[in-house]
Design a protein around this ligand. Structure first.
Ligand SMILES: [Zn+2]
Ligand SMILES: [Zn+2]
Length: 287
């Protein structure tokens, strides 16, 4: 059954990279007749309690959520996490650590290299990356340029590969770890904007095994063909189709609040997958 009120399960406030406060965001949702809204800021729950309170005042049900960014070779894999507890201090602590250490890995490797006598400047590594996020290839290039290694490849082999002296392990969550983290904290994980995931059909079975419950089939940039494809994948893997605007309040991506159709039965389907419906399995590997 479908009725006519807007639902939006993907929105951002300035607690992450949105433009509005969480209270302004809920007011805007109410003004646009949205009845159910998830506040899903990246890697934080800090705005949720105030958003829920404002929603109660205005007749908007605000579902506590967060969107976890992950690090992997699978493109941009973002995990939406519904029904997490906004007062879950342990989860927020973990998220805070991830936020603070993101991007710190290469800085730490530069510090290690300098301590080992291989003079490399972080500024030069940043120049090589040309404003992109820093990675080991940029560091290898800087080591090669500085004459510390005979070839680019040997920088990896002798200094910055796993088990080498200047190696620092990844600090972000891998996609499977993100799904497991959400489950451990009683939330319901869904894959956001699956169009940014590389190798979607390869990773989806693994994510599902780890506890993934939904996939964002309804999304501003999805063509009808892509939505239909996502709905087929949802059916194949027993995932609930979710959707939202990914509203950020600045217009460079996402649609306006409530502008993307989301079927009303979505909420009950996600709720049914909370807690006891899920049996945890240990997650290993680098996915
Ligand atoms: Zn995202
Ligand atoms: Zn988002």
């Amino acid at each position: 059954m479908t009725t006519g009120y807007p639902i939006d399960l993907h929105t951002h406030s300035l607690r992450s990279d949105g433009a509005l406060t969480e209270v302004e965001l809920v007011r805007r949702a109410a003004a646009r007749a949205v009845k159910i809204q998830a506040l899903s800021d990246h890697d934080t729950l800090v705005g949720v309690a105030a958003a829920v309170a404002e929603g109660e005042r205005l007749g908007v049900r605000v579902i506590p959520a967060t969107e976890l960014n992950t690090e992997s070779e699978w493109g941009d894999v973002h995990i939406l996490s519904y029904f997490v507890d906004p007062h879950d201090e342990a989860l927020e602590e973990r998220l805070r650590w991830l936020r603070e250490n993101r991007g710190r890995r290469i800085e730490l490797m530069v510090e290690k290299l300098n301590a080992l006598g291989y003079a490399v400047s972080l500024d030069r590594v940043r120049d090589i990356a040309q404003g992109g996020s820093l990675g080991r290839p940029h560091l290898a290039q800087a080591l090669f340029e500085a004459g510390h290694v005979p070839t680019y490849d040997s920088a990896f082999a002798t200094l910055i590969s796993k088990d080498s002296p200047a190696y620092v392990s990844r600090v972000g969550l891998a996609p499977l770890e993100a799904v497991a983290l959400v489950r451990e904290h009683g939330g319901v994980p869904a894959l956001a904007h699956p169009g940014t995931t590389v190798g979607l059909e390869q990773i989806l079975p693994e994510l599902t095994k780890a506890g993934l419950a939904g996939i964002e089939c309804y999304y501003p940039s999805h063509s009808p063909t892509w939505t239909a494809y996502c709905l087929r994948l949802a059916k194949q893997w027993g995932l609930t189709p979710t959707g939202g605007s990914d509203f950020h309040g600045r217009g460079e991506h996402g649609a306006d609040l409530g502008a993307v159709f989301v079927p009303p039965e979505t909420i009950a389907a996600l709720e049914a997958k909370r807690g006891s419906a899920y049996h945890s399995t240990r997650v290993e590997g680098e996915l």
